[in-house]
Design a protein around this ligand. Structure first.
Ligand SMILES: [Zn+2]
Length: 234
């Protein structure tokens, strides 16, 4: 498949008027964890990544249209929206797109990478009516990574492994050379600080402590972290 220069990654929900599902875990937090790690991995290959999650929104449509606009304005070659599903009794992974074109071809490469982690394959679904799929100028997919209300999916759920699987799929689909540090990926996570983060919120998200983050990153003042700063989380 033809190579790409710019990819749009849309971290689903996570803004006013556009909250995600709440199951055993909240969809918002899962989308953030998977999405941010995916963005870090893609950037590490040198690919240009457009983050589509808006800072604010005054309605659901406003939230969705800002995401689409970010991708369209940035002339992204491909659009990936990260979500987690919610439906009592259901479990597994599905990818939504407008079938019959490039989006479906990419989906068929990414989906097996995720189901190889042990998630049930719920297949590719045509959801051409979805706002972000319909209004983006480039091929677009929406990954429903897993069900946030399913004990089967959420037991031992690893956002890191999910991000890695999606990353592997994207690299295969677009012939991107991955970064060189594959061997230690289960030991070290990297996190890029965004607006609103504190060491406490980062520690909480990754199941570690402020003290540990201070130690491994040689942080002098735990109250001062900079947006864009890349830190080791473990
Ligand atoms: Zn969602």
């Amino acid at each position: 498949m033809s190579k790409i220069n710019t990819i749009a990654i849309d971290i689903g929900h996570n803004v006013s008027f556009d909250g995600g599902a709440v199951g055993l875990r909240t969809e918002d937090s899962l989308n953030l964890e998977v999405g941010r790690q995916l963005i870090d991995k893609l950037r590490a290959t040198g690919l240009k990544v457009i983050e589509c999650l808006p800072q604010s929104a005054n309605s659901l449509v406003d939230s969705l249209s800002k995401r689409v606009q970010a991708a369209n304005d940035g002339h992204a070659d491909f659009f990936v929206s990260i979500h987690h599903n919610y439906f009592e009794g259901a479990h597994g992974t599905e990818i939504l797109c407008i079938t019959g074109g490039r989006a479906e071809e990419v989906t068929k490469i990414i989906l097996p990478e995720i189901t190889n982690l042990g998630f049930t394959n719920r297949g590719v679904k045509d959801r051409r009516e979805l706002y972000v799929l319909k209004n983006t100028n480039m091929s677009a997919i929406l990954i429903e990574c897993a069900f946030c209300d399913s004990p089967i999916d959420m037991n031992n759920y690893s956002p890191e492994k999910m991000a890695e699987a999606i990353f592997r799929g994207i690299c295969k689909a677009f012939e991107i050379n991955g970064p060189v540090n594959n061997t230690s990926s289960d030991q070290t996570n990297y996190y890029t600080v965004v607006k609103g983060d504190t060491l406490y919120s980062i520690a909480k998200r990754y199941g570690t402590t402020v003290q540990r983050l201070v130690e491994v990153n040689d942080i002098c003042d735990a109250n001062v972290i900079r947006v864009g700063e890349r830190m080791v989380v473990r």
